[in-house]
Design a protein around this ligand. Structure first.
Ligand code: ATP
Ligand code: MG
Length: 421
């Protein structure tokens, strides 16, 4: 039979990567809880209009990268390319917007984007995201950045740098936009085809194009931070002061603009030096206009998305070893049906006590069982045969030392448990 392989740009995650995966998820849940964020789960697919409005018609995500399909009743759906739009929809739909503010949610979700797969970029990827609504002050921006920073530091990552910028608000951005478009038009011949097109529709996006020639144009482009209104300027200065006060290092980087339309004021990225061209492990910012855009009340928001696979790449680069599955405390080798059953009894009791224990399930010979116990690095091995059953005694071998202890069968679990306290 011909073999079937996984779709391009998807992943099978198994040991050892799955240990890193679980390690990160554990840290995310633990840290989000410390910051008072609660988990939210939303559907894997939504009406396509939600993303068109929430992510923005002019973005690559909506124009080129969405996985969409028409359902049997004719409704157009898309697999979620990101998490924010769904969270906003869910908060409005479930009346959460009238809860005490601020609203603080996080999620760990799979997202889908039709992109060119490479290291750190896949078509199905997992994102840890967080969102806060109802807090207009820069203290909220600081809290969100600090949550991402805490997760990265708890994982133990070292070569990560925080880049921040402000892209203004509906008051000051139009003036800046005009100046930027003027500048881009003057340099049009140096831009890539995509940028020449989006220069008119989404000119800010040109500033983070990865094309070398576009990068050069971006280098001398007018900067958003030089065009902020008083309110945006003060917001940005306040954020920097909070980061300084709490010892979170950053650089101000005028090229951080984010690809999504609904961002206002603060934008930021955490960049892992040296994991390849896809080095942004986390991207986020403020989106004060999004809730209204999706039919909700006027309510400021801020959040981020952090790609788990890129974190795993960064962990590997920093040589961080996640904790692996615990090795079995006890392996029971047995001969004969009755001994096998006794072995299973002992193993079940240990498992009930939360202790990892194993016994033969595939009918190996005694010699092969001993080899297997060694292979799985069991700490103790117990051999039971008919004579041990009759005498109600067996000897427990500590594998590291070779030391043998003679014990009555019903004392075995007690003995192993006592060794584990
Ligand atoms: P990039 O320019 O790096 O693709 P983006 O602006 O498209 O980023 P966001 O939509 O803000 O990214 O997503 C937040 C985070 O999710 C990114 O910083 C990255 O870590 C991760 N991410 C985004 N797209 C992918 C992908 N295709 N594969 C793996 N991770 C991704
Ligand atoms: Mg992208």
């Amino acid at each position: 039979m011909e073999k079937i392989i996984k779709p391009r740009g998807t992943m099978d995650v198994m040991a050892p990567d799955v240990f890193a995966w679980n390690y990160i998820e554990g840290i995310v849940r633990e840290t989000a809880e410390v910051f008072g964020f609660t988990e939210i789960k939303t559907p894997t697919f939504e009406e396509i209009g939600l993303f068109k409005r929430g992510v923005g018609e002019t973005t690559d995500v909506v124009q080129k990268e969405m996985y969409s399909f028409t359902d049997k009743d004719g409704t157009m759906y898309a697999l979620r390319p990101e998490g924010t739009a769904s969270v906003v929809r869910a908060l409005i739909e479930n009346g959460k917007i009238s809860d005490t503010l601020p609203l603080k949610y996080f999620y760990i979700i799979n997202c889908f984007r039709y992109e060119k797969p490479e290291a750190g970029r896949s078509r199905e990827f997992v994102q840890f995201g967080s969102e806060m609504f109802g807090a207009p002050s820069s203290l909220a921006d600081f809290t969100i950045i600090s949550l991402a920073d805490s997760v990265l530091k708890k994982i133990g990552l070292k070569n990560i740098k925080l880049h921040i910028n402000s892209i203004g608000c509906p008051k000051c951005r139009p003036i800046y936009r005009e100046e930027l478009v003027k500048y881009l038009r003057a340099n049009e011949s140096y831009l890539c085809d995509t940028c020449r097109e989006r220069m008119e529709t989404n000119p800010l996006r040109v500033l983070d194009c990865k094309n070398d020639s576009c990068k050069k144009v971006a280098q001398n482009a007018p900067k958003t931070i030089d065009h902020l209104c008083e309110e945006c300027k003060e917001h940005f200065e306040d954020l920097k002061s909070s980061l300084d006060a709490c010892g979170i290092d950053y650089v101000v980087d005028p090229h951080i603009v984010r690809g999504l339309d609904y961002y206002t004021k603060t934008v930021f990225e955490f960049i892992a030096e040296g994991i390849g061209s896809q080095s942004t492990v986390c991207g986020g910012g403020r989106y004060d206009g999004l809730m209204e855009e999706l039919g909700g009340p006027k309510m400021p928001g801020i959040g981020f998305g952090m790609g788990i696979t890129r974190l795993i790449l960064a962990m590997k680069q920093d040589g961080i070893e996640p904790p692996v599955l615990a090795v079995p405390e006890l392996y029971v080798a047995s001969m004969g049906k009755n001994a096998g059953r006794k072995g299973l009894e002992i193993v079940s009791e240990l498992r009930k006590a939360g202790i990892n224990a194993e016994t033969d399930l595939v009918g190996r010979s005694l010699k092969a069982q001993m080899k297997y116990a060694d292979k799985i690095s069991a700490k103790y091995v117990l051999i039971i045969g008919d004579s041990e059953l009759e005498a109600n005694k067996a000897s427990l071998k500590e594998m590291a030392t070779g030391e043998q202890t003679e014990l009555t069968l019903d004392k075995i679990t007690e003995y192993i448990i006592s060794k584990n306290i």
